[in-house]
Ligand binder design. Sequence first.
Ligand code: SF4
Length: 409
Amino acid sequence: MLSVMTFATLLKNPSRRVSRILTEFSRRLEPIDDAGLSDMARQSQSISRRFFGRTMRLFAPLYFSNECINNCVYCGFSRDNRILRVTLTLDQIEQEARYLAERGFRSLLLVSGEHPKFIPNHYVEEVIQRVSQIVPSIGLEIAPLETEDYRPLVQAGAEALVVYQETYDRDVYATLHTAGPKRDFDWRVECPERGYDAGFRRLGIGALFGLSDWRQEALRLAEHVEYLLRRCWRAQITIALPRLRPAAGGFTPKVKLSDRDLIQLLCAFRISFPQIGIVLSTREPAALRDLLMNLGVTTMTVGKWRARFVERRLDGLVDEDRPGRPPSIMLDQVEEVIVATLEEKPKNANRLVYATGSPSGSGSAIDVEEDPKKTSQGFWHSVAKRAPVCTGAPSQQHPAGGQGHTIQP
Ligand code: SF4
């Protein structure tokens, strides 16, 4: 261990040293003209190719419980929201996992709320044991635990741990997390360190963009990345940059991260931290998603795209109209694509609506519903239908479109 100071302790020190990497990262977040952004995009694309080639890691989230004792004002699963609560049985989880495995998924992220009674540690361990018989790669996005409580989960077969800090602004964090153990900022922000000490070798962190000033969030997230790269040096570090969506309970994002800002943000991370993984939600608008895939994204959630992925593999993840294999954007096209993405109206007007922040994500051409009885999406869909308050699918209840807590390191 190279550092004994936790990241929480480090954050509390206002006179902490700012490294050269963070200084440069901060400069890359400053307002920039199109030519400058285009330069960043080229650099980002070149670095991505060098470090990751043309590979794209895909994973599917498997939600197994929406029980939760926390109140997070941006989340439809908050304990005070009167929705139907369900925890899948082991047999149901196995059925879900087999369904996904039969369709080619090899990486699953097991996702749940936080509830010691309905989701005790021994149950999570049993879940991992079951699922590890079916897929080789398992990640967890569950309640933060002590190091000793994580160890059995690693031994059972989990290899990745995902914990978003949500926001790195302590004051904002306090106003958004009004009840439950999640109120403890330090407990949460130190979670990746505890997970690493327990044996996880892939760590995913992130912030929910929409809760606080995006540049400040990005700076703290970058600081966290830098810390973990030193402290947890044997682990693969991955970040996610989800944009918040309205949730059950009436929450509306307070701060907007525009498409242009997201491009700049992603490029800044890729250039400053070439070795980290970057996750993108497939709920981002198609034109933007295609661009970002070429600029630095290494991992994508494909839960909502299952049918297209099953049918056409990676080709299914690009625009419907685009036949055959890719790719979409070559190096010399980056600038014009950025301009087109930012300034021109796409042929499909629905996508423009979605891209500019349709509250429910309606109009998206990428949501494909399979047999709702067979899939986890279907599970949540049916939960939403039966819930007395929530009227949307889970993607509308959860802060980042159902994938706010689903990143894969
Ligand atoms: S964000 Fe997570 S911890 Fe908070 S209410 Fe939702 S499921 Fe529970």
